[in-house]
Design a binder for this molecule. Structure first.
Ligand SMILES: [Zn+2]
Length: 153
């Protein structure tokens, strides 16, 4: 089975996954852009083998995502690209910024965990230390978004 994975960049946002045969379905997190084009699993060979789905949260509310299927990767990709071009103008810088912050916050949290550092909320006194050495308290988002901007990029 051919393994293909494409990652498109939009600004510095990884915005597209094209993952044929992944069988993984769509990312469950709604706080990230997703454009997934993957091969339908378990469908009869005679029907459309490629499906695509496009959405972005925040900006495109759940239920407003678009998707479809096609008999070939090229056709699916074309339909998907058209849908993205329609959707993109509805997104504002605020939507992208919200997404970036969410991405960085989660990356920061994972880095804290992997470094064995407690999150401020996990401590009785609400204090901990950033992996960079800076002291942190609950409500440390400003430091993440200024000092560690792009950590999850
Ligand atoms: Zn820091």
């Amino acid at each position: 089975m051919v393994e293909q994975h494409w990652r498109f960049q939009f600004g510095f946002l990884p915005i597209t996954s094209v993952a044929p045969d992944s069988g993984a379905g769509l990312p469950s997190s709604v706080m990230k852009p997703r454009r997934v084009l993957d091969r339908c699993s378990g469908v009869p060979a005679s029907s459309n083998q490629w499906k695509w789905d496009i959405g972005f949260y925040p900006g495109i509310e759940p239920g407003m995502q678009q998707g479809g299927s096609a008999e070939s990767f090229e056709v699916a990709r074309e339909a998907f690209e058209k849908a993205w071009l329609k959707l993109e103008p509805r997104l504002t810088e605020e939507h992208f910024e919200c997404w970036r912050r969410d991405r960085d916050f989660h990356a920061w949290k994972l880095r804290m965990w992997s470094d064995g550092r407690p999150l401020p909320a996990q401590r009785r006194d609400g204090r901990s230390t950033f992996f960079c050495g800076a002291p942190i308290e609950t409500g440390c988002e400003d430091h993440i978004y200024s000092a560690h901007r792009g950590i999850g990029a």
